[in-house]
Design a protein around this ligand. Structure first.
Ligand code: FAD
Length: 449
């Protein structure tokens, strides 16, 4: 490898804040909003042209149930619930009776709602701005260096939150990392016009996919809201890529777009003859399910999640099933709190079922929801730093459930409140009063039972 030395350069300080959040999906925005509502001066850095991350740039427009498995008690509230209400008011939400796709929203409208949160809470937002590196003073972060149309500058802050998904700040801080055995593959989502149903898709892909280089791959799609004739398609995966590597990410984007055209071409040829199939929009960023994970004080594990373990410092309640997209055989496995396990291969090509409770000889009532403690966000070393998002410290099974947005949204809120608490109490994040964080979350609208 050849190296070159970058000369030292004086850069301007573009902002001085209490908290700097890097990454503006709902995870990062909700962290920023919760801290700002407590009185912190917050700066938010986002590299795309909009907020929302996978939900907007990636076109993924489904949030899952906010209720326990009985459907009786609301276990998730906070900014997820507030946003659902706002989207409903904007006519940008469809409520379904499926717990696995409970809320389908219009991704474009979500961008606008997130912009409103920024304005209302006086958060300083930088779009089209790339986090570049960190400046340290021992175990404290002094500043984050950013790049945008103004060139290179620094954000000084008392506390930093990494909500970049891949953990770009964690990488630069050299926090211990690992990959799970199965790294869930990405999908390039798109909007398409034209009627399809699962039988048609299954037949077309199985019989003709090879003509366009498409595998018989498990996938899903749903109404793109609020238009019955536009479908959000997450029907394909790009395999064998690690999307926190520049070359792989570049390949994944172009291969994802190739798959979109291939899919539409097949439907034009073998779909319903009276339909005019068309590609309406390609995601502006491929949907990344998983890359790397970073170690924190607590690692989420499948066994604790499925047994519904409770924590005094719980900052998350959830019911979303374990959902693992296989990296090697076009399959997906779902595991539920009630014991059900189902694996599907291809587009309805093959199915296997089982029951993890029966197999483990577990009797008694299954848990109605699971929890996660605040410690999952706290790393050991840096006093003014928290990471939150899909870089979560979790094994394959726990990650499969926790990675969805109704869960990461709650962790985002917890990260914002923890950051505020550290500043307010003038403590390293490792020493903050964790119960106080839970109380503050509750007082701010989170449903922590
Ligand atoms: C195809 C697909 C389908 C899915 N389906 C669902 C579903 O139906 N429902 C559900 O709830 N979940 C679903 N998920 C999972 C869920 O969408 C993601 O796990 C979740 O959105 C990840 O959130 P995040 O905040 O960790 O990361 P991201 O959404 O990736 O957000 C990271 C943000 O940080 C920004 N960023 C990154 N690096 C930098 C940098 N260096 N400088 C500045 N900004 C930066 C990015 O632009 C982005 O806005 C799906 C995921 C995929 C990929």
């Amino acid at each position: 490898m050849e190296y070159i030395v970058e000369p030292q350069k004086k850069i301007k300080v573009s902002e001085q804040a209490d908290i700097c959040v890097v990454g503006g999906s709902c995870t990062g925005v909700f962290a920023a909003v919760r801290a700002a509502r407590l009185g912190a001066k917050v700066v938010l850095i986002e590299k795309q042209n909009c907020l929302g991350g996978t939900a907007t740039s990636g076109l993924v427009n489904v949030w899952h149930s906010l209720y326990d498995t009985d459907g009786q008690n609301q276990i998730i509230a906070g900014l997820t619930f507030e946003t659902i209400e706002r989207l409903q008011q904007a006519g940008a939400l469809k409520c379904t009776d499926s717990v696995n796709s409970a809320y389908q929203f219009n991704s474009q409208e979500l961008k606008i709602e997130l912009d409103r949160y920024i304005k209302e809470n006086k958060i300083k937002l930088y779009l089209h701005t790339y986090y570049s590196t960190l400046l340290l003073d021992g175990n404290r972060i002094k500043a984050a260096v950013i790049e945008n149309k103004d060139g290179r500058s620094a954000i000084k802050a008392d506390f930093f939150i990494d909500a970049t998904g891949d953990g770009d700040l964690c990488r630069d801080l050299e926090i211990e990392s690992y990959r799970n055995k199965t790294v869930q593959p990405p999908s390039a989502c798109f909007l398409m016009k034209g009627r399809v149903d699962s039988n048609l898709l299954s037949q077309v892909i199985r019989e003709h996919g090879h003509e366009e280089g498409l595998e018989d791959d498990w996938g899903w799609g749903c109404n793109a809201v609020c238009s019955d004739d536009i479908r959000m398609s997450a029907d394909n995966h790009v395999f064998n890529v690690m999307c926190n590597r520049a070359d792989d990410l570049t390949f994944a984007e172009t291969e994802g777009r190739r798959q979109m055209r291939a899919f539409i071409n097949l439907l034009k040829k073998y779909g319903y003859s009276d339909e005019r199939y068309a590609l309406v929009a390609a995601c502006s960023h491929i949907g990344i399910r998983e890359t790397v994970h970073y170690k924190t004080l607590y690692r989420a594990e499948e066994k604790d999640l499925l047994s519904g373990k409770r924590y005094p410092t719980a900052v998350l309640n959830g019911t979303y099933r374990i959902d693992i997209h296989h990296s090697d055989n076009m399959g997906i496995t779902f595991k539920y709190l009630d014991g059900t396990v189902t694996t599907y291969y291809g587009k309805n090509t093959r199915q296997e079922s089982g029951n993890w409770r029966t197999e483990a000889g577990i009797t008694g009532e299954p848990a109605k929801y699971y929890q996660l403690p605040l410690e999952v966000l706290i790393q050991e070393k840096y006093e003014n730093f928290i990471m939150v998002g899909r870089m979560l410290n979790a094994d394959e099974g726990a990650f499969g459930a926790l990675r969805v947005m109704v869960n990461l949204n709650q962790l985002g809120e917890a990260a914002g409140v923890a950051a505020y608490t550290a500043i307010d109490s003038n403590m390293p994040v490792q020493k903050i009063d964790r119960l106080k964080v839970c109380e503050t979350l509750k007082a701010g609208g989170s449903a922590l039972i």
